[in-house]
Design a protein around this ligand. Structure first.
Ligand SMILES: *[C@@H]1O[C@H](CO)[C@@H](O)[C@H](O)[C@H]1NC(C)=O
Ligand SMILES: *[C@@H]1O[C@H](CO)[C@@H](O)[C@H](O)[C@H]1NC(C)=O
Ligand SMILES: *[C@@H]1O[C@H](CO)[C@@H](O)[C@H](O)[C@H]1NC(C)=O
Ligand SMILES: *[C@@H]1O[C@H](CO)[C@@H](O)[C@H](O)[C@H]1NC(C)=O
Ligand SMILES: *[C@@H]1O[C@H](CO)[C@@H](O)[C@H](O)[C@H]1NC(C)=O
Ligand SMILES: *[C@@H]1O[C@H](CO)[C@@H](O)[C@H](O)[C@H]1NC(C)=O
Ligand SMILES: *[C@@H]1O[C@H](CO)[C@@H](O)[C@H](O)[C@H]1NC(C)=O
Ligand SMILES: *[C@@H]1O[C@H](CO)[C@@H](O)[C@H](O)[C@H]1NC(C)=O
Ligand SMILES: *[C@@H]1O[C@H](CO)[C@@H](O)[C@H](O)[C@H]1NC(C)=O
Length: 895
């Protein structure tokens, strides 16, 4: 009854004037509970995730939703807003979802006692991209220790249940069991939660789950093969694991990729939990915070003892602070991607006077037209009417029955292909104009000849062969070439960077994810290679299953620390320097070392936050003659060998420092790297240092014993403070037990922090970058007064995530008039580089709102005003005005 009465009150309030809010309900408090994302973030309109106080399962959600529903329908129909209650979450997230029409006011729900927060329902995508080649060579597991575990220890994931939340699986695939839930089948649990026609962006999404989570788009089938492909082509990491699949994506429609919403991600996670999954694998997500609902559900899953593995994201191109939710959930294992060592893919034989050479070709740009030539076909270099080899203008040569060799650049693949086809060509080989491979894209439906790309180097070979005589090409169906990837074992460029907004290290660990060959739905060809942290994530889920079989009693934390401390840091191929933990976590997984480890470290990563400033105390100060920033952390080292003492040898493996800012203060998506960038320092400088002084006098830890030692870490000295560097490295503990039995002997604990006071960093773009910017609707800067018909758009750019951003209008006496429409945002991600995520906007159109939820409108009287932007700095307290970075616009006039 209690809830019903609150609802009655609130409904009344809502249907009458806002001033009636007084009667005992703290509207301001309710408003603060409604979370809003910036305009660039894709959310489902009218759809909410209601988070309740207390722990999942201890609240009678049915009672709350029943009373919400009945009070609206019985008392206020038909004028009351229409809504439906969606899912109840009772295991991992305390709350429910609600879908309403546009008149629905979320304050109504936020005001109910027991409601913690009301969140928008975010739309999410998968974390993958097409790979340039179909890799037909089974990717090798020796670099990750998987081969050694399977061959020497015999663990294959048997008895371990892995639940995947994805686009479904083609379980009819011969390498994926060709069975569903039958006796002895690898697939024993899971369900379709959405159906083929589900699209969260539809006004009323169609949710018609089928009887099985059959995959129509391919991603989930690819992920499944990485975990448990049965061979012969795809050898999964944990071939004997018991698999579950929860399908939360519909089918691609009209060429657009399916997406899902937070609601179904949480539903999938809860379903996998209820069916007893030991490990949950999520190759999805996107920019976010640990407070986001999906992150909270995953954090709660970890608390219940379930291993949660999540993609760190594919926004590496956008640089630091791109790690996403739910990967940022507490205790979640977020995964970065390493490029595969070998690329094996479709080959083209080039036959010339010099002999035959196999060139690796990309997957055809237009999938329906495979580049297959069973017999030799002449190859010709095109010369177009612009007298170039680019094929961007009309080609007058007769290319009938020939393959055209065209240089990449200046126009689209569509145009090149169409010009070659018009000249009669039977196929097109484009050669790259930059190092590396790529996926060309031909979308013009009138192009019906195959188009592939080869490397710049191979292109030069073909061009020079043509210069000295006739050349033919041949590409039989199963022609493959294996070439070493120039980036093998390195971090994939697309792999997102940490840290979290609170400076926690992300990802935790990395796995092969760039150019991975795996299973694909039979209808779509059966096999393909894809790239993404989407592919690295199931790899780690598989290794977690091997670990779980080896150590069934270990906690999630023990597993997480073992995977992390035995991983192998990555290095930069050019400089040989260690890659920063914010990109690679601890580095490439080595599951053999993790399983055999005889040491447990706690904590397994050191997020240093703000390093204190020197000088050091006399104990440590004598070690150095300079005054760096420093911090002291304690690390416990447990020797789990019951019989032998271990000797600890300690060293510091420094990593490159990173900054997203150029020397002039402007933003640089690709982080600058020091010491490669020597302009970063002021003369004399040091790398970060780490000392473990207590190990000098005693470096032993007895059998079954734990040592708890202090580690002093000093930030690099001499780096320019103005350039705002993030430094890091690895504490390197080499343990010896005086025996030769197998097991890792070197362990790393990544450490990272900010060289200065992180709390004082600006979150807004440097003014020299042209932001914030007030412009008219077409982007022109104007002095015309703001009216309803001539609004101005207020654009701003966040270079760091911000917990809270508000944009208000103040009059000439600095009195606040209210919030601009779109001017109150919480848990805001950093702006990235894509057009949709480049900046955030609010509108100045003559209306402001008294409340952060934009319900109480105020018409602004004519006059001069200023826009006041306040963005909370890192780790700031929302209640402390001093913790905000403020920006006040020049005066603008409102007519
Ligand atoms: C790359 O391929 C070669 C030849 O097939 C093979 O010998 C080598 O082991 C592969 N490297 C890795 C790291 O898989
Ligand atoms: C499919 O996409 C095309 C082009 O993007 C668009 O014109 C068309 O309306 C779409 N059809 C449907 C059914 O959405
Ligand atoms: C191709 O583009 C480059 C760079 O924009 C330009 O210098 C060159 O003239 C162009 N070539 C042709 C043939 O259009
Ligand atoms: C090269 O090909 C052309 C026509 O395709 C032919 O006339 C010519 O004889 C060939 N040259 C040689 C050296 O085979
Ligand atoms: C690569 O795989 C895709 C998906 O199976 C398929 O459509 C394509 O034909 C393959 N490419 C070749 C050259 O086999
Ligand atoms: C980081 O440092 C600030 C003070 O500078 C402190 O308030 C905050 O709690 C610290 N955060 C962590 C995670 O240690
Ligand atoms: C850790 O130390 C061992 C022994 O000196 C060394 O072999 C290893 O390369 C070091 N690890 C890193 C990441 O530097
Ligand atoms: C914006 O500026 C461009 C070029 O300066 C001009 O062509 C356009 O008409 C302007 N738009 C408006 C709405 O004034
Ligand atoms: C101003 O913009 C807000 C948000 O888009 C809208 O709700 C409001 O109706 C607009 N006001 C005017 C006067 O156009």
């Amino acid at each position: 009854m209690k809830f019903t009465s609150s609802i009655l009150l609130l409904t009344f309030v809502c249907l009458s004037q806002p001033s009636a809010h007084a009667a005992g309900v703290d509207i301001q408090a309710a408003i603060q509970k409604v979370m809003q994302y910036p305009s660039g973030v894709n959310v489902k309109a009218g759809s909410y995730i209601v988070e309740l106080d207390g722990t999942p399962g201890n609240t009678n959600i049915q009672a709350i939703t029943n009373s919400v529903a009945s009070s609206f329908t019985s008392n206020f129909a038909p004028s009351a807003p229409k809504f439906t209650i969606g899912k109840h979450f009772t295991e991992l997230f305390n709350g429910f979802t609600l879908h309403a029409n546009k008149d629905f006011d979320p304050i109504q729900i936020a005001s109910i006692p027991g409601v913690k927060r009301v969140w928008p329902n975010r739309i999410r995508k998968l974390q993958y991209q097409a790979s340039p080649t179909n890799i037909t060579y089974p990717y090798l597991h020796h670099a990750t220790g998987v081969d050694a575990v399977v061959q020497n220890l015999g663990f294959t994931g048997k008895g371990v249940k892995i639940g995947v939340i994805d686009s479904g699986v083609d379980f009819n695939h011969p390498e994926l069991g060709n069975c569903w839930k039958t006796f002895g089948c690898m697939w024993q649990f899971g369900a379709d939660l959405v159906g083929d026609d589900f699209n969260p962006n539809d006004p009323v999404p169609v949710v018609k789950p089928g009887p099985h989570p059959m995959d129509c788009m391919g991603h989930g089938t690819h992920v499944a093969g990485i975990i448990a492909g049965q061979g012969p082509q795809v050898i999964g990491v944990a071939q004997d694991a018991t698999m579950g699949m929860y399908r939360v994506f519909g089918c691609p429609k009209n060429g657009t990729e399916p997406t899902t919403s937070d609601e179904f991600i949480i539903a999938g996670v809860e379903a996998a939990y209820k069916e007893g999954a030991d490990i949950i694998s999520l190759s999805l997500g996107g920019g976010g915070w640990p407070e986001d609902p999906t992150s909270v559900a995953c954090s709660n899953m970890v608390k219940k003892g379930i291993i949660v593995v999540v993609a760190n994201g594919n926004d590496g191109d956008a640089g630091l602070f791109t790690a996403g939710s739910p990967g940022l959930g507490h205790g979640v294992i977020s995964v970065g991607s390493v490029d595969n060592w070998n690329i094996t893919g479709n080959a083209i034989d080039v036959v010339s006077g010099a002999g035959t050479k196999k060139l690796l070709a990309s997957t055809p740009a237009n999938g329906d037209f495979p580049f297959v030539f069973e017999n030799n076909v002449p190859l010709v270099t095109v010369v177009d009417s612009a007298n170039s080899k680019l094929g961007c203008a009309t080609i007058s040569q007769d290319l009938k029955g020939k393959v055209a060799l065209i240089q990449r650049g200046n126009c689209t693949f569509n145009e090149k292909a169409a010009n070659a086809q018009a000249a009669g060509a039977a196929g097109v080989i484009v050669y790259n104009n930059a190092p590396g491979m790529m996926s060309p894209s031909v979308t013009d439906p009138s192009v019906t000849i195959p188009v592939v790309i080869i490397t710049q180097e191979d292109g030069a070979y073909a061009v020079s062969a043509l210069a000295s005589g006739n050349v033919t090409v041949k590409a039989p169906k199963s022609n493959v070439a294996t070439v070493p990837a120039t980036t093998g074992g390195e971090m994939s460029d697309f792999s997102s960077y940490g840290p979290s907004p609170e400076l926690d290290i992300a990802p935790i660990v990395s796995a092969p994810g760039g150019n991975i060959y795996s299973t694909y739905p039979l209808k779509l060809g059966g096999y393909i290679s894809m790239s993404g942290t989407s592919m690295a994530t199931p790899y780690i889920s598989g290794t977690a299953a091997l670990f779980k079989q080896a150590h069934p009693k270990y906690s999630v934390d023990q597993l997480r620390q073992a995977l992390s401390t035995t991983a192998k840091p990555r290095s930069d191929k050019t400089t040989g320097k260690n890659i920063h933990p914010y990109w690679s976590g601890s580095g490439l997984v080595n599951i053999f070392d993790a399983i055999n480890s005889r040491v447990e470290f706690s904590p397994s990563a050191l997020a240093l936050n703000n390093t204190m400033s020197g000088p050091l105390s006399s104990v440590f100060g004598s070690m150095m003659g300079y005054f760096p920033r420093w911090s002291v952390r304690r690390v416990s080292i447990k020797n789990t060998d019951p019989h032998k003492a271990a000797r600890i040898s300690f060293s510091n493996s420094v990593a490159d420092s990173l900054t997203p800012w150029a020397a002039d203060g402007t933003f640089n998506p690709k982080p600058r790297v020091w010491p490669a960038d020597t302009t970063a320092q002021t003369g004399w400088s040091t790398m970060p240092q780490a000392y473990a002084p207590e190990l000098h006098s005693n470096n032993l830890v007895g059998p079954g014993q734990t040592r708890n030692i202090a580690v002093v870490i000093t930030a690099p000295y001499g780096l320019k403070d103005s350039e705002r560097w993030f430094y890091g490295g690895f504490l390197n503990f080499t343990m010896s037990w005086g025996d030769k039995s197998n097991g890792a002997s070197s362990f790393v604990i990544p450490y990272a922090g900010f060289n200065g006071n992180y709390r004082q960093l600006d979150v807004l773009a440097d003014p020299s970058e042209g932001f914030p910017l007030l412009a008219d609707a077409s982007g022109n800067v104007t002095t015309a007064p703001v009216t309803e018909k001539t609004p101005q758009v207020f654009n701003f750019r966040l270079e760091l995530p911000s917990r809270l951003v508000s944009i208000t209008l103040q009059d000439s006496k600095k009195k606040t008039m209210g919030y601009l429409p779109g001017g109150y945002l919480e848990y805001v991600s950093r702006n990235l580089q894509t057009p949709e995520t480049f900046m955030y906007s609010a509108v100045a159109n003559g209306t402001v709102f008294k409340d952060t939820l934009m319900t109480q409108r105020v018409k602004v009287p004519a006059g001069q005003y200023q826009i006041n932007l306040n963005a909370l700095r890192p780790l700031g307290n929302p209640k402390n005005p001093k913790d905000y970075q403020a920006w006040i616009s020049p005066a603008i006039s409102f007519a």
